[in-house]
Write a protein that binds this ligand. Structure first.
Ligand code: FAD
Length: 433
């Protein structure tokens, strides 16, 4: 009999909650990763860099496992079908995994749990992705927080060393299932192309975290940690990062708390991840949804340099600085009155650090429809934002080199006009509520 550890968005061997429990079970542990066809089929770019990132992470795990005469099993297909095969192939007593809070994952895990239990095996899942999940942080009235500042206060009050300590998996590495190397499906077999391997380093310098507060708002400075991608796929442990944060920077810790905050919002209010506004009233807004204007925004041809710079950075690298995410998102929803869901989907396709909870949270915050949103009459002025956060125009010059040429477009919409139009449209929708 064996235990299987099912990897999903926790692609590391060290400090991994579910893997630790599996290794301590006393059963030989076979690690598994499924390239989920349902998810992959939805990705339009066949040279999506996130696939290369996942492969790299699997290869890194494989290398370590070889030292234990073990290997990771990698399969491609629909998870439920793969599990049916595995039940035939192995004598499975238990399956360990880490919790995934998205609706799709909840449904998938429910089906796999049922299938396994019909076949005498148990699916056990653990909290690994966040410090506090679901309803661990509640108000005095036992309700879920929907405003960040009091949530973060309660989060910090609950924090202690227990929640930050690592799971020492390495003590039990000898418990991996001994097996010959397993064949891994190729890029071609799963329908993708290998890309370059230039990803942010997984070690954040303490120095960067110490200067985080000072630098984080200036997109020309590499002053943020670039941990988004690693946290998304679990190549870095949130506990390790939160430990570093609490030693070196409360401001940085606060950003990690935002991450937990949006995970618990998604869990407790799943409608936000299913195309609905957190505040139902905001679904009455009559978006203009002009497709040509949307295209200009996507291509970074709005005529507003900071917006265009952000979109070029996103299109070329799969990353955009947080300050500029706010400005580009605000421009789309408020200046162009295009449904935030269009922008959300575009970011989902392009951002390497794309995460449903944070992306949805960010978009709804900007659109005003979300939790903890700034009042809707606060509309970013893209020129004022550029003057404040890119005062020397370095970021803009880097990403919009054509700025001073004849080819650079004039602004696609006047700021003052757009502002008035937005206020009117929002007011009409919300006053009738
Ligand atoms: P750092 O500034 O170094 O922060 C460290 C980590 O804290 C991040 O990696 C992230 O995990 C977390 N974090 C920071 N800010 C936030 C935040 N506002 N909400 C939730 N977590 C946060 N973040 C994503 O991880 N995935 C997304 O898909 C995403 N989409 C966004 C869309 C919009 C419209 C906006 C306004 C923000 C979005 N963010 C998203 C939040 C934030 O912009 C990114 O987390 C950050 O820019 C990633 O860069 P970094 O790793 O260098 O961040």
């Amino acid at each position: 009999k064996i235990a299987i550890f099912w990897y999903r968005r926790d692609l590391r061997l060290h400090d991994n909650a579910g893997l630790y429990r599996a290794l301590k079970s006393g059963l030989p542990v076979l690690p598994l990763f499924i390239f989920d066809k349902t998810i992959l089929d939805k990705l339009e770019n066949k040279d999506d860099k996130r696939i290369t990132f996942i492969y790299d992470a699997i290869i890194a795990i494989q290398k370590e496992l070889k030292k234990q005469d073990s290997d990771i099993l990698v399969r491609y297909g629909a998870p439920l079908e793969i599990w049916k095969d595995l039940i035939e192939e192995y004598d499975i007593a238990e399956v360990y995994t880490n919790k995934d809070y998205e609706s799709y994952a909840k449904e998938r895990d429910g089906q796999v749990k049922d299938l396994l239990s019909k076949n005498g095996a148990e699916l056990k899942s653990f909290k690994d992705q966040v410090i506090f999940e679901k309803q661990e942080v509640l108000t005095g009235q036992n309700t879920v927080y929907t405003v960040f500042t009091p949530y973060s206060r309660a989060w910090k009050a609950k924090l202690n060393d227990f929640y930050l300590s690592s799971y020492p998996t390495e003590k039990y590495f000898s418990n991996f299932f001994k097996t010959k190397p397993n064949p891994t499906p190729s890029y071609k077999e799963i329908g993708f192309i290998e890309t370059d391997h230039a990803f942010p380093d997984e070690n954040v310098k303490s120095d960067l975290i110490e200067k985080y507060e000072e630098n984080r708002n200036y997109p020309a400075i590499p002053g943020t940690s670039r941990m988004g991608l690693h946290l998304r796929f679990g190549t870095v442990s949130i506990r390790e990062l939160a430990r570093k944060a609490s030693e070196h920077s409360q401001t940085y810790l606060n950003e990690l708390i935002w991450r937990d905050f949006y995970f618990q919002i998604l869990w407790n209010f799943p409608h936000v991840g299913q195309g609905k506004a957190f505040r139902a009233d905001y679904d009455k807004i009559k978006w203009r949804n002009n497709e040509k204007e949307f295209e200009l925004w996507c291509q970074g041809k709005t005529g507003y340099p900071l917006v265009d710079a952000g979109m070029h950075q996103l299109n070329e690298t799969g990353f955009m600085h947080n300050r500029v995410r706010m400005v580009t998102a605000s421009f789309l929803t408020k200046h162009l009155l295009i449904d935030w869901r269009w922008g959300e989907a575009y970011f989902a396709e392009k951002l390497l650090d794309y995460d449903l909870s944070a992306n949805n949270g960010g978009w709804q915050w900007v659109a005003g429809s979300g939790t903890d949103a700034a009042p809707y009459f606060r509309i970013f002025n893209p020129e004022a934002q550029a003057a404040k956060f890119d005062p020397k125009g370095e970021y803009i010059k880097k990403w919009v080199p054509e700025l001073n040429s004849m080819n650079y477009p004039t602004p696609m919409v006047d700021h003052k006009f757009a502002r008035e139009r937005c206020l009117k449209t929002y007011k009409e929708a919300l006053d009738n509520g």
